[in-house]
Design a protein around this ligand. Structure first.
Ligand code: FES
Length: 144
């Protein structure tokens, strides 16, 4: 019905009739869907620990576009009809194999305490979905 929120998370349809419009995507993922791989650090758009990927259709070109998003700044209702990928959706030690980005980060000791690592992973994942062979400038911009 027209009062319900509908979107996709890691390929699964999520429908919810009872969403407080003040809820952020980060809180919704963690508390409603129990996807706690998305971390909340600063909760104000500064640290990137909450980064996830959103995909939608570009209305101008009808092409699918992917972008990394700070889930702590994103009202969950704004992803209506869109597809969200969280770190759980790309790989894990427990359920499936690590994604190559996760594997390289691990092998190269590319995290410190690890709290923001899912955010780094998702920023890199979104970059590679858009541009499989990025140059250094692309990487720099994506991480920023
Ligand atoms: Fe820091 Fe979202 S929690 S940017």
């Amino acid at each position: 019905d027209q009062n319900s929120l509908l979107f996709y998370v890691n390929g699964k349809r999520v429908e919810d009739q009872n969403v407080d419009p003040r809820t952020t995507l980060a809180t919704y993922l963690r508390e409603n869907l129990k996807l706690t791989g998305t971390k909340i650090g600063c909760n104000e758009g500064g640290c990137g620990a909450c980064t996830i990927m959103v995909s939608d259709l570009d209305p101008a070109t009808d092409e699918i576009r992917h972008y990394s998003v700070n889930a702590c700044l994103t009202p969950v209702c704004s992803v209506f009809g869109k597809a969200v990928i969280t770190v759980e959706g790309i790989g894990s030690v427990a359920k499936k194999r690590l994604h190559p980005i996760q594997e390289r980060l691990s092998v190269a000791h590319g995290s410190q305490c690890g709290y923001c690592t899912p955010g780094f992973v998702m920023a890199m994942y979104a970059l590679l979905r858009n541009k499989p062979k990025p140059n250094m400038e692309d990487v720099d911009e994506a991480i920023q």
